[in-house]
Design a protein around this ligand. Sequence first.
Ligand code: FUB
Length: 456
Amino acid sequence: MSLFDHRLSMLAACLFTFATASAFNPIVQTYYTADPAPMVYNGRLYVYTSHDEDTTVRNFFSMNDWRCYSTDDMVNWTDHGSILSYKDFEWSRGDAWAGQCIYRNGKFYYYVPVNEKKGGNAIGVAVADNPTGPFKDALGKPLLRGFGYIDPTVFIDDDNQAYLYWGNPNLWYVKLNNDMLSYDQTLGVVQEPLTKEGFYIRHKDTIKRPSSYEEGPWLYKRLDTYYLLYPAGGVPEHLAYSTAKSPTGPWTYGDTIMHVIKKGGAFTNHPGLIDFKGKTYLFYHNGALPGGGGFKRSVCVEEVTFNPDGSLPLITPTSEGVKDPLANLNPYKRTEAETMAWSQGLKTAGNATKGVHVTRIDDGDFLCVRSVDFGKGAKQFKASLSGTWADGRIEIRLNSVDGTLLGTCAVDKDGKPAVWSTISCRVEKVKGVHDLYLVFKGSGASTLAFDWWQFK
Ligand code: FUB
């Protein structure tokens, strides 16, 4: 790297740090994530994402696995790691694109599109006993296969009938049987008519498709209305929706709900609308992380308020994200290091089966946990670390990366990789609710990994 490049990257890092002061979109900074599919289970919101690799191959989507994150406050996200790979489908050769997971009868069913080893698009289904896996191929073969069979969305209606929609350039659906692993063969695969009334018209009509519908459908119900959200218009995609009084239509075009996001250069988008703790949230993706773009996207979220007539409003993508946390975080309970509202310079490793921890810790890296309620006061900080780092330490700060320094915890000089030990240090007494910043400082190469922290 030349001195000029180095100065440029330092400047970019400063600007990035500055930009994050009150900005919490994208919600994941440790990986590029895309195609968000939210699911609520047991008081937590899980968001399942596809994953754009850090290295793009042949200037196309380079996607091998799916990841999962969860929250109970909509601002601090716990990373559950890589929970499913195309390699878990013995018959697949790659392209782990947009999927969705749903809970039914004690199991979690994850519908995902991949390409078959023998060629062609297919939809597989993986099943697990827990929302974060381990997931296993439920059928040992595709549930569905055909040209354009991508982006499945799954929905269970109030009468317990489940539906799977998918497709680009067409839109298809099946009625799933109760086992969630087969579908109504009498009805078969239904192709939805992409009429002007249902899905509007395409303005960028270079490839002569009949309507604005592109891909990535998302089915959602509110009161007695079904909403079908989808990326629309061809690339660059905007988000639009249609409504119906039944989950199988006929659909009536609604409107645009998010314009094309120009900043960041992602030419796709992908909706995931969900209710959680009395509020409604739209998940989508952009290319806003440093180095981001069309093949390095990032999941974001905005709160949504329906119009009084039940229509969806035009939603503005923000870098701020969710303004008001739904709960405060209790620092006197062990908090996983991979639970964070924002981070810089860090990665995570592992998965829900092996355990997830924070890694790639270098000088100046930090993580932020929002809305921490210290109550009447904390006096001690402890953390579980492995590995070591010359002169390594964690600065415990309030409200910003260079905010009030509560204390500094030194890293164990004799720490070994993969051997976890607990360090502790005294902190200035702190009361009330604050954003907590853990800032990493040290010199030379670090083998440090960080598993959890807790105040006393
Ligand atoms: O992420 C790969 C593909 O890009 C998805 O399947 C589409 O919905 C688009 O987001």
